[in-house]
Write a protein that binds this ligand. Structure first.
Ligand code: 3ON
Ligand code: FE
Length: 504
């Protein structure tokens, strides 16, 4: 029953799977209200808007999606002003969302195994991609954009959250062209006289993979774009930047499109991890050729260093130090294959390998590398102070398991690591609370002490005891004291993926 928490050989079990499962129910309703159930106090200086994205639907009329990553994108918006907070959520009106809602059934295959009803015959040779806009949401250059890595962004109205259409950046992207869900924001770009710039990428995978890098100025105009070919198939979810480089990890995977073509599996389920095989760190210069002295040719410098990294989705940050690029990444020793008829709601967490935070030192002078384990506990969703992107960051914040867990389990806590002193701080929502990506919000510049951890950590917690979600505000200087405010929503928010805070 849900009152007793069974223990495992692997330390303590701090959750019940049935409790966890509740966070993967669809949220079909759209809300718009001032949050009035608040424990603690919202800091009056906290001003701005937290946008989050994630799968809001996990089924259509009871036809369940095979995997949460196939769920339609739903935007949650929490606005803070004068110590009050307003909540609103809207589904991204992608064309496929509208069609499927009108039909009341699944009409598209999903990348992660969702099939149209009717068996493989009904799915074979249907290569249409459903752009579900479910992975991230950014506000940049006056545009609010919902991102999904395999196709173009959807633009939304920041006030009404209405979907305005697909965004192609004045024809830079073609119809259906990929634009990753993990842009990085360079706080100060030397190519733009120190102005901030957004860097993103797309991949076009085949026998070799084309990686295109886009740099957008603060008006969301693409000001630089270059394409590079790397040998072999690549599945790249995230990347990292430094002032002079973009760094991609090409995971050791193979891709066999046959089961996808034949209607047996989703495209993402045809990606097979190759345990023990090296990862290729692909380092691409952000500078135009003429300033790249080490490169005599007329192409931008590109370098590949082989490392042992397992499988990587997310990077925390990267920076340059002498001849090295240092990059911190969440690595999985192995990645389980998704079985076609398995149900993600029955995930056996303990049988899976945890994601752990590793540091890689990539020596670009002699093409060597070394790695060190930074954090042994299972973690995901690393974040840092936005001003430290591409620079040496002292602090990293992560979603993690309860400190009593060794091994793999759902995220229930937040962890702050001090890379200078080695100090760790935790706050755990176990046993009933389940965590998601934390977002670091720097304090108002006026009240700034100048410390890198002067700010708040914002996150959505699913409270399984009440089957609703809370927005928690933690003091980033002191996670251990617990939330300084807990904002109780009137409903749950299905476990999300990524989001961003804007003070604009
Ligand atoms: O050949 C390509 C293979 C492929 C996988 C074709 C492709 C471009 C269509 C493709 C598509 C990839 C896509 C659409 C990836 C989408 C990923 C996504 C929506 C989310 C990834 C999330 C990653 C993590 C680590 C999430 C963690 C979640 C938790 C810890 C739970 O709260
Ligand atoms: Fe991601």
């Amino acid at each position: 029953t849900s009152d007793t928490l069974p223990t495992s050989t692997n330390g303590k079990k701090t959750y019940n799977r049935d409790d966890w499962k509740g966070g993967y129910q669809s949220l079909k309703q759209e809300f718009d209200y001032w949050i009035d159930e608040i424990e603690g106090e919202i800091p009056p200086e906290l001003t701005g808007t937290l946008f989050r994205n994630g799968p809001g639907l996990l089924d259509i009329n009871g036809q369940t999606f095979q995997h949460p990553f196939d769920g339609d994108g739903m935007i949650s918006r929490i606005s803070f002003c004068n110590g009050r907070a307003h909540f609103s959520n809207r589904f991204v009106r992608t064309s496929a969302y509208l069609e499927e809602q009108a039909a009341g059934q699944i009409l598209y295959r999903g990348v992660f195994g969702t099939q149209k009803p009717g068996g493989w015959l009904a799915n074979a040779f249907d290569f249409r991609l459903k752009n579900i806009a479910n992975t991230n949401i950014i506000y940049w250059g006056g545009k609010l954009l919902a991102l999904w890595e395999a196709a173009e962004p959807h633009r939304l109205d920041p006030h009404t959250l209405d979907t305005l259409g697909k965004e192609h950046f004045n024809g830079v992207l073609s119809e259906g062209e990929a634009f990753s869900a993990h842009p990085r924001f360079d706080p100060s770009s030397s190519r733009d006289d120190g102005a901030p710039c957004m860097v993103n990428f797309s991949t076009k995978a085949g026998l070799s993979t084309a990686i295109t890098i886009f740099e957008l100025d603060d008006k969301a105009q693409v000001v630089r774009q270059h394409t590079h070919n790397v040998p072999g198939f690549a599945f790249i979810h995230d990347f990292a930047i430094t002032p002079n480089y973009c760094i991609f990890f090409q995971n050791p995977v193979t891709f066999n499109p046959l089961p996808f073509a034949l209607g047996m599996r989703g495209a993402g389920e045809c990606v097979k991890f190759q345990p023990g095989k090296p990862t290729r760190a692909v380092i691409i210069s952000r500078n135009p050729p003429q300033t790249d002295k080490k490169n005599n040719g007329n192409y931008r410098r590109q370098q590949i260093i082989e490392i042992e990294a397992g499988f990587v989705f997310h990077h925390a940050n990267a920076y340059e130090e002498g001849d090295e690029i240092i990059i911190d990444s969440i690595c999985y020793e192995s990645l389980p294959e998704v079985e076609p008829n398995s149900d993600f709601r029955e995930t056996d967490f303990e049988s899976l390998k945890p994601g752990q935070l590793w540091r890689f030192h990539l020596n670009i002078k002699d093409n060597t590398s070394r790695k060190e384990l930074i954090e042994n506990s299972c973690c995901e969703f690393p974040t840092i102070h936005p001003d430290q992107v591409g620079r040496n960051n002292r602090y990293v914040y992560l979603g993690t398991v309860d400190p009593n867990v060794s091994g793999n389990a759902p995220l229930q806590a937040f962890l702050k690591l001090d890379r200078e002193t080695g100090e760790k701080q935790f706050w755990s929502a176990a046993p009933k609370g389940f965590a998601s990506e934390p977002i670091f919000v720097p304090c108002d510049p006026g009240s700034n002490t100048g410390d890198e951890d002067d700010g708040w950590l914002l996150a959505v917690i699913y409270d399984s005891a009440e089957h609703r979600s809370d927005v928690v505000i933690l003091d980033a200087k002191d996670l251990q004291q617990g939330p300084i405010a807990k904002l109780h929503l009137k409903h749950h928010i299905p476990y999300g993926l990524h989001g961003n805070f804007t003070s604009k």
